[in-house]
Design a binder for this molecule. Structure first.
Ligand SMILES: [Zn+2]
Length: 255
């Protein structure tokens, strides 16, 4: 008996729905890691030339990135193939320098998983020379969401990504930014993860990989979840493994 689920994963030419990873990456990098029309970080891969139903191969030139809303508009006939073609050549993220996505944060103090450590009720997660680099602010008025803001830099002092009052921005100078499900992963270079976050609305944020620099200081979340920090002279500063930090005013203070 034919497998109905498997049948649905191929088109009439036998082309699998799953696009090979190198082709997906080529489409992401060309698009600036976001919807080519509106710049949203959360997207799907859209065959437009030809449509997937008629495609005989996954040709990156005929595939673009569209967010759910723009994809829905295209499907309903509210966004033309001509506009999609034009925006594929001049993607929104390349015009504005980053992609963006508003995180759905609720009215309770967010729980932050920082590697394998748990941060609960900490208004400042990283502060450097008096400047908050990763902070949680209370709502502006009752019933409004808590506000997460963060700035992450690489070794050369370039921003890899930021969060401005719950709005995530991933910069186009990165080697790759991949958004799958609720996970955002930033690669500064091939094989170098600068940041990986999972967002579990309404009040959990898990940063499970990090490699950030600030004036020579370095904070790393290792693949095994340990947090390791280094001083500008390269000496290890401190390390956590499975810590629970509850209600500290500031968790990592660089000065
Ligand atoms: Zn869009």
């Amino acid at each position: 008996m034919p497998n109905r689920k498997l049948q649905g994963e191929f088109n009439k030419h036998g082309l699998p729905r799953q696009i090979p990873n190198p082709i997906k990456r080529e489409v992401r990098r060309r698009s600036g890691f976001g919807c080519v029309v509106c710049g949203a970080t959360v997207y799907t891969y859209h065959h437009f030339d030809p449509p997937y139903a008629d495609a005989k191969k996954h040709d990156p030139k005929g595939i673009t990135l569209l967010c759910a809303e723009c994809h829905s508009n295209a499907t309903k006939g509210l966004l033309s193939d001509d506009t999609i073609r034009k925006k594929t050549k001049a993607p929104r993220c390349l015009e504005q320098g980053s992609s963006h996505f508003k995180l759905d944060i609720g009215g309770q103090f967010p729980i932050v998983h920082f590697g394998n450590s748990l941060l609960v009720g900490n208004p400042t997660i990283i502060r450097a020379f008096g400047k908050p680099l990763f902070a949680v602010d209370r709502p502006e008025k009752s019933g409004a969401p808590f506000r997460i803001s963060a700035l992450f830099y690489d070794r050369e002092g370039r921003e890899t990504c930021r969060i401005v009052e719950n709005e995530w921005h991933g910069f186009i100078a990165n080697w790759d930014i991949e958004c799958t499900g609720n996970q955002f992963e930033v690669h500064r270079a091939h094989g170098e993860i600068a940041f990986r976050m999972r967002h579990v609305p309404p009040n959990e944020l898990a940063v499970d990989r990090l490699d950030m620099f600030y004036r020579g200081f370095r904070v790393i979340i290792q693949p095994d979840g340990r947090t390791t920090t280094y001083l500008p002279d390269g000496q290890m500063w401190f390390q956590w493994d499975g810590a629970s930090l509850i209600g500290n005013n500031a968790v990592i203070v660089i000065e």
